[in-house]
Design a protein around this ligand. Sequence first.
Ligand SMILES: [Zn+2]
Ligand SMILES: [Zn+2]
Length: 123
Amino acid sequence: MEFKICDNCNMIFQYKGSGDVLCPSCTKKDDEDYEKVKAFLAENPGAGEEEIAGGTGVSMKFIAKLVKDDRITIKGQNNQGLTCKYCGISIQSGKYCADCKRKFALEPGAVRIDGTGMRFLRR
Ligand SMILES: [Zn+2]
Ligand SMILES: [Zn+2]
C-alpha cells in the first residue's frame, strides 16, 4: 500500500496502485459526473463539450479528460485534427482508431500502449 496525494483535492489517501491518483471521494464524484455526462449524451447525441458542461454542471476539464481516456465520444470542433497515433486516420476520441485498437487487442504482448505511446516488445 502506498499513500498518495489526490490530484483533485490534495487529500492524502491510500492508493490502490492503478488508475487515476484520486481519493475515494473524488473517484466517487468522478463516477457520478461520468454518469451525468453519459446520460446527457444519450439524450443529446452530438452535443459539444460546452453544451455538456452547461447541461450537466460538470467541468470542461473533466469532460476533456473523459474524451482523452476514451470513455465518451464527442463530435465537436475541439476534436478536429485528432488522428490515430498509429495509422494517422482521423478519429473522434482517444489516441488510436478502432481498427488499430482491435489489432492491438488481437496481439497481446506484441505492442504495449502506455502514457508515452506505443512500444514494440517483440520484433
Ligand atoms: Zn480527492
Ligand atoms: Zn489507426
